[in-house]
Design a binder for this molecule. Structure first.
Ligand code: FAD
Ligand code: NAD
Length: 475
């Protein structure tokens, strides 16, 4: 094999591509990874959207803003008061950048340790798995591989008449770099990014208004759970306006004027900054030539089978480029599964048990199906719910908002879904994922000993409640 021939080339170094490349190298495959992202310092910044402008920086800001909010509003009942609390936004942003840099720099070291040929630049697939490699700092050349994995991720959707400049009208990149707290912060789209970034700037003191096109808030979860979450967000003064159709936004004199219709009348609102968070689309631009043999779906995603194989021989695609949830852990698991399949192992990913988390306060986490989906599919089910207000730990913490809901098959009791609205939901949704992955039942969860006092006892009680035998509530 020449130094331009590989067993596998990954194009895109986000959670899908980098995890897949590391696994491929572990399995003894000669591996190249191409990723185009550079940091502010001009150094390679692999890790994709997630590490650079997604999961990690947003969580860093969510944590900073949560501390700021808690210390001012949530500790008085504990007997703690703090005067003169202030926040240094520069420092907060600097901390976020440091976290990102630590992680992206760590990846470069991991690539070296695993002997991955890492190129900071663009990759483009041509026929017969020839890849045109254009390094950021040298001449282009062609490399070939027995297998190519497309892992280019996603980019934000735009909407007509709302032009992102990332100074006043922002996408996720600009929303993570606002240099001072806006007095009024507008958000188009009350989905995952809108709620997370809206929470950050609201906790820091901005007046936040979210404009959502749909009439239903968070359609991915059940209505009763969405109501619990929406009630809490309203208490936090997130002004969420449903059924709004945005017609345009204009910047003048450092302000953004947004025009919209609320289903009845036309309105205008003025904001200091406006975030556009209306979903994301597969990043397929300039990724594969027309003769590469890679088909796309009507939605512009790369078409793949259950094992992430595309229509071109030995070309695979993973993560945000393909069907399924646009989540980092889903992308990573697909990358690993594809690497294992290429090495002749049984790569596996179960899209039915991918957990979702929205990192608001309360957190919202779910896995599996909702009641509405089960009804659509004519599946008979039983449900059990349990409020955190009835847990000793929630009350002791002074954070007993929300509830756990479990859905199980009416006949077999197999777990079909779980939704949690509450503190640390992100941490203990995993218990239900494990149970579902092993085809567990509500009875299995009900029979497992849960430590006391913990918030996870609400999962235990919700499982008991499926059979109407919860201990700490009337059934
Ligand atoms: P990406 O992470 O998008 O990585 C693809 C990489 O490939 C990019 O760096 C891109 O620049 C590069 N690339 C593209 N084309 C080429 C090419 N031709 N040549 C070379 N390089 C190329 N998910 C979660 O699970 N949890 C969260 O908390 C979470 N928070 C998020 C917050 C925000 C604000 C956003 C925007 C997203 C968030 N996500 C979260 C989603 C998550 O970031 C994505 O699902 C995940 O990054 C997808 O991974 P990927 O590997 O498919 O693609
Ligand atoms: P989203 O799909 O979560 O939410 C977009 C919202 O915008 C939807 O509610 C949609 O109805 C609404 N919308 C669409 N067009 C509109 C319009 N013209 N006017 C008003 N509202 C409109 O998408 P997102 O928030 O942009 O996030 C993109 C994806 O990134 C997420 O779906 C998720 O996969 C991923 N993400 C995950 C996390 C996490 O895991 N915690 C965090 C952020 C992003």
């Amino acid at each position: 094999m020449s130094d331009k021939e590989f067993d596998v080339i990954f194009i895109g170094g986000g959670p899908g591509g980098y995890a897949g490349a590391i696994r491929a190298a572990q399995l003894g495959l000669k591996t190249m990874l191409i990723d185009d992202r550079k940091g502010d310092d001009g150094k390679p910044a692999p890790g994709g959207t997630c590490l650079n402008v997604g999961c990690i920086p947003s969580k860093a800001l969510l944590d900073s803003s949560k501390h700021f909010h808690h210390i001012q509003h949530d500790y008085t009942a504990h007997g703690i008061t703090a005067d003169g609390v202030s926040i240094d936004i520069d420092k907060m942003l600097e901390r976020k950048r440091k976290v990102v840099k630590q992680l992206t720099g760590g990846l470069v070291q991991l690539f070296k340790a695993n002997k991955i040929e890492f190129v900071n630049g663009r990759g483009k697939l041509f026929s017969d798995r020839q890849v045109e490699v254009t390094p950021n700092d040298s001449e282009k050349y062609t490399a070939t591989a027995k297998h190519v994995v497309l892992a280019a991720g996603s980019v934000p959707f735009s909407i007509p008449n709302v032009e992102v400049d990332n100074e006043y009208i922002l996408d996720n990149v600009g929303a993570l770099e606002i240099p001072e707290v806006p007095q009024r912060f507008g958000v188009i789209g009350a989905g995952v990014i809108g709620l997370e970034m809206g929470s950050v700037w609201s906790r820091l003191g901005a007046e936040v208004v979210l404009f959502e096109a749909l009439d239903d808030f968070l359609p991915a979860i059940d209505r009763d759970m969405a109501k619990v979450a929406q009630r809490e967000f309203r208490k936090q003064k997130l002004d969420i306006r449903m059924g709004c159709k945005v017609s345009g936004a204009e910047v003048s004199d450092g302000k953004v004027k947004l025009s919209y219709n609320d289903g009845q009348d036309d309105h205008e609102e003025v904001f200091d900054r406006l975030l556009v968070a209306v979903g994301r689309k597969a990043a397929t631009d300039n990724l594969a030539s027309d003769d590469s043999g890679v088909d796309r779906t009507d939605r512009g995603q790369i078409k793949v089978d259950a094992h992430c194989r595309t229509s071109a021989e030995n070309v695979w695609a993973i993560g945000d480029l393909v069907r399924g949830p646009m989540l980092a852990h889903k992308a990573s698991e697909e990358g690993i599964a594809v690497a294992e399949s290429i090495a002749g192992q049984a790569g596996h990913i179960n899209l039915e048990t991918v957990p979702w988390v929205i990192y608001t306060d309360p957190e919202i986490a779910w896995v599996g199906k909702t009641e509405a989906q089960l009804e659509d599919e004519d599946i008979e089910y039983r449900s059990g719910a349990f409020p955190f207000a009835a847990t000793g730990r929630g009350l002791a913490m002074g954070n007993a908002v929300g509830q756990v809901k479990i859905l199980a098959d009416a006949e077999t009791d197999e777990l079909l879904g779980c939704q949690i609205v509450g503190a640390y939901a992100s941490e203990f949704i995993g218990e239900v994922v494990v149970a579902m992955e092993f085809n567990g039942s509500a009875e299995d969860l009900a029979r497992i000993v849960h430590a006391h006092p913990t918030l996870s006892e609400a999962v235990h009680e919700a499982a008991l409640s499926v059979d109407k035998r919860a201990i700490h509530k009337a059934n």
